[in-house]
Design a binder for this molecule. Structure first.
Ligand SMILES: [Zn+2]
Length: 244
């Protein structure tokens, strides 16, 4: 691999050719809701299953702290919060991922710092068994619990936080942008990603190779986070560095 491009070099190149420029976002009081994607043990607590960080990860630690801070601010202001949890039945795999967040193991529960959200007034919790929580919000009768939450609260903006930036957050954001443009999301105007409260996992190419995983399993954290933000921004989402 001598002469190979390093992650830092690639990130610098992406920053030049596919830039992401988070900026402060001004909220509309009373018209903004907070969505928290999958900040469960199985994705964000060290050692809780194959998709959790094997050692403390600064990006994940920051995500949890920033999400907690933001959620407390929203709840104190009486603003609505929508939380998704990834929950799977043991006999229903989710390829290409190994078994994770199996019901009853505790891995599907919110991380300890966010456990207070469960049962808190103003918090809606959705358990879903697929990456895309917009799809996971569809009920057998055709209702979509996320769209109901947006329209019932008269939301004009939704702030996204959570994990993974380029997987569950991105799929949810892109689907909601389409729903907005399709005219089925009430008064929704802005779909915002609060970058400091998003994270993704780190599986460098060398580790994927050592585990005999396919090349597509390679997932360097910094690059995946950047690309997730880039694709959401390029589809019309707002990338926020701060909420003012
Ligand atoms: Zn899952």
């Amino acid at each position: 691999m001598s002469g190979a491009i390093t992650i830092d070099q690639l990130l610098a190149g992406l920053g030049q050719h596919m830039p992401v420029a988070p900026a402060p976002y001004k909220q509309t009081p009373g018209k903004t809701g907070l969505v928290i994607i999958d900040e469960v043990n199985g994705f964000a607590t060290v050692g809780c299953g194959p998709l959790a960080p094997p050692v403390p990860n600064p990006q994940v630690t920051r995500m949890i702290a920033e999400t907690d801070r933001l959620a407390r601010r929203f709840i104190a202001a009486g603003a609505p919060v929508f939380v998704t949890r990834d929950v799977h039945e043991a006999d229903r795999p989710e390829p290409p991922y190994p078994p994770h967040c199996i019901k009853g193991t505790g891995d599907e529960e919110l991380v300890p710092a966010l456990a207070w959200l469960t049962g808190t007034s103003g918090v809606t919790i959705l358990d879903k068994d697929c990456i895309n929580s917009f799809v996971g919000a569809i009920q057998p009768d055709g209702r979509n619990l996320l769209l109901d939450w947006i329209t019932d609260n008269g939301l004009e903006a939704v702030i996204y936080t959570g994990i993974c930036t380029d997987i569950c957050v991105m799929d949810a954001v892109l689907a909601l942008l389409s729903a907005r443009n399709h005219g089925i999301a009430g008064k929704l105007r802005d779909v915002v990603i609060y970058e400091p409260a998003c994270a993704t996992y780190d599986l460098p190419r060398a580790v994927a190779d050592d585990l005999s995983l396919p090349p597509t399993a390679s997932h360097p954290q910094a690059l995946a986070h950047h690309l997730g933000l880039y694709f959401m921004a390029s589809r019309g989402a707002v990338i926020a560095s701060d909420l003012v």
